[in-house]
Design a protein around this ligand. Structure first.
Ligand code: ZN
Length: 156
């Protein structure tokens, strides 16, 4: 059995622990092998400190830095809350594209409309163009199944 690679990090000026030992996945989160599974380093750190995370819950970054593994910056929440945060906080990944409005953010109303377009079979790339957001954003909305069941207002 391969030994677990030690986790190393550097503290930045905001107090974030930037993971330097493990590379990020395509979503920008560093990953680690744990019990034969690749999981987010942030999840691993959280569990080391707070115990296991309930099913359907994800580790969220209060600091919005996906490379951060400072346990004080981590909290758990639903996947729904995670995506909701990404949109309301207007993370970079969500506002890279969009010629008309380079800093486009989606309102909750927009998200509801995008849900409808997705349900009607509209292509994600077309929706992204229409709303001036990245495909990743539309993809996240598409992937967030809980959104179909819950109203966004429930978060307020
Ligand atoms: Zn942080």
């Amino acid at each position: 059995m391969a030994r677990k690679k030690p986790i190393a990090y550097e503290v930045d000026e905001k107090g974030c622990w930037i993971c330097t030992s493990h590379t990020a996945d395509t979503c920008g989160y560093p990953k680690i092998f744990n019990s034969g599974k690749r999981i987010h380093v942030s999840r691993y750190i959280y569990e080391q400190k707070n115990g296991s995370i309930p099913a359907n819950m994800v580790v969220r970054h209060k600091c919005d830095n996906r490379m951060c593994i400072n346990p004080d910056h981590l909290e758990i929440g639903s996947q729904y809350e995670n995506v909701h945060d990404m949109i309301t906080r207007g993370r970079q990944r969500f506002s890279q594209v969009g010629e008309r409005n380079p800093k486009a953010k989606l309102s909750e109303n927009d998200v509801a409309k995008i849900q409808k377009l997705l349900a009607s079979g509209e292509r994600q790339v077309d929706i992204a163009r229409k709303y001036g957001v990245t495909r990743y954003c539309v993809y996240s909305i598409a992937r967030c199944r809980i959104w179909k069941q819950r109203k966004i207002e429930a978060q307020k």
